[in-house]
Design a protein around this ligand. Structure first.
Ligand SMILES: [Mg+2]
Length: 306
């Protein structure tokens, strides 16, 4: 058995924030061998780097001119993108009150200056390990166990995010609901193991349809899947849906109990809108559902589009 070499492990990224050059150097020097190091000298810079790079942990100086560490912490914790990054405050003034204030603001730990590097390293390592575990759990909780595509819960989150982005940027967002035709008959005749294999194969095929950044596929439930296509108008969405329909039929999964084909096929309902408010998200979902119903009514193995 060959173990991966040290370089083959993905290093975690540590953001060091301190307005004092010497402090920053001491910390960077101490961590460089084991972490990817990012540096920032002010609160503003720290926020920009954190937002862009999403480090695994942040060592954050409290006393800085312009914006202090508490304010940086408050802003990081109030942004959806950065709120889960562990923050370790570094400070020379550390009364119990300071420590309580920092911890209630969401910081994970404290280190004091002058630095005891062994202690700082142990505290950083703890936070990084904890973060890795949380990330993994979160990832597992958002993935459908059978098909390994994102689950309904994850869809709800992504759809909300993409909807907000579309409202801000005034571009269209399209939804496409997918349903496997005569899947109950497939399960009844070929058994549940074959049914599971079919779901997995269809999911993998759908996942390869559109791979632009932001494109998203989830298992919506049972034999239903859903695509989110941001910045995609109805014409393009219809094209993608048609690609998906053809790709699944070309898999050639035998289904002699289907009334529409000798193979497994899907029906698709597409709806698209340029959203105006955050509230009408539900309408688009309902509208895609109506289209799926129409696709089923008009004979299945087809795309219906609004
Ligand atoms: Mg300072």
């Amino acid at each position: 058995m060959t173990l991966p070499t040290h370089d083959e492990f993905k290093k975690s990224t540590l953001l060091i924030v301190d307005d004092d050059f010497i402090n920053k150097e001491i910390l960077a020097h101490g961590f460089r061998a084991d972490y990817n190091i990012l540096l920032a000298s002010s609160g503003e810079e720290a926020l920009a780097v954190a937002e862009r790079e999403l480090p695994d942990t942040i060592l954050l100086d409290i006393v800085m001119p312009d914006m202090d560490g508490y304010e940086v912490c408050r802003r990081l914790k109030s942004s959806r993108r950065t709120q889960k990054i562990p923050i370790i405050f570094s400070t020379s003034k550390c009364t119990d009150e300071d420590e309580v204030l920092g911890l209630t603001m969401g910081a994970s730990d404290y280190v004091t200056k002058p630095f005891n590097m062994a202690l700082v390293k142990a505290r950083v390592r703890n936070q990084v390990l904890l973060k890795q575990k949380t990330d993994l759990l979160e990832q597992l909780a958002s993935i459908d166990g059978l098909t390994e595509v994102p689950n309904r819960r994850y869809f709800d989150e992504v759809f909300e995010q993409e909807w907000r982005r579309a409202v801000r940027n005034e571009y269209p967002v399209s939804l496409c609901l997918v349903d496997i035709d005569f899947f109950k008959q497939f399960n009844d005749n070929y058994g549940h193991t074959a049914g599971d294999d079919c779901l997995t194969l269809v999911a993998r095929t759908l996942a390869n349809i559109s791979r632009r950044a932001g494109d998203f596929l989830a298992r919506y439930g049972g034999e239903e899947f859903v695509f989110v296509w941001p910045n995609c108008d109805v014409k393009h969405a219809q094209k993608l849906a048609e690609q998906a329909r053809v790709a699944v039929s070309r898999l050639g999964i035998p289904h002699v109990h289907s009334d529409v084909s000798d193979f497994v096929t899907i029906s698709l309902g597409v709806a698209s809108i340029i959203p105006e408010s955050e509230d009408d998200r539900k309408d688009l979902l309902e509208s895609a559902d109506e289209q799926l119903y129409l696709a089923k009514q008009s004979g299945r193995n087809t795309v219906s589009c609004k």
